[in-house]
Ligand binder design. Sequence first.
Ligand code: GRF
Length: 200
Amino acid sequence: MSERLKVAVIISGGGSNLKALIAAAEKPDCAFRIVHVVCNRPDAGGLAHAAAGGIPATVIDHKTFPSRDAFDAALDAELKRIAPDIVALAGFMRILTVGFIESWQGRMTNIHPSLLPLYKGLHPHRQALAGGATMHGCTVHWVTPGVDEGPIIAQAEVPILPGDTEEALQARTLTEEHKLYARALTMIASGEAKFPPSSS
Ligand code: GRF
């Protein structure tokens, strides 16, 4: 088997997507491996998943930097040291500078809990409920300078049920997210998903 795709996962919070990716990568036939975790918050619960999975982690606390550019420069330097094939944003809650994104474009992915291009930005589940949608879901996409704008790699749908609360819809969507990201990374590893996408 050729060398597995090297993935660095960047988190900010609970890291349930990271936990799911670690579990997927532990399967012997998995096409990717998680080589490092980077987190912008020292108190993030997701760091425990990295430790439990024996995966090295680096905390780059954004509060200790004077500017967004300074934080992004530190993140860039650490990622260059790690040298992953793919940077996977997973529950990462900061807006990255255009310069940073352009230097990693084509090697960086994100997961967003809506059927993009619907409901970009914050509170997508709330937006879907308010909009009267009957279907919702999640998307893994290539990261480009526009927020939640990049080419779509994979999506998964969930129904919106009568009486759904934001919490219920978020939980149902998260269950699909935990399968979708591994599927998307496998598509990248196999060459099925490329950046830019093939025009065919
Ligand atoms: C997830 O819905 C993810 O799509 C969004 O943040 C939520 C929490 O992610 N970006 P995680 O549990 O920290 O992976």
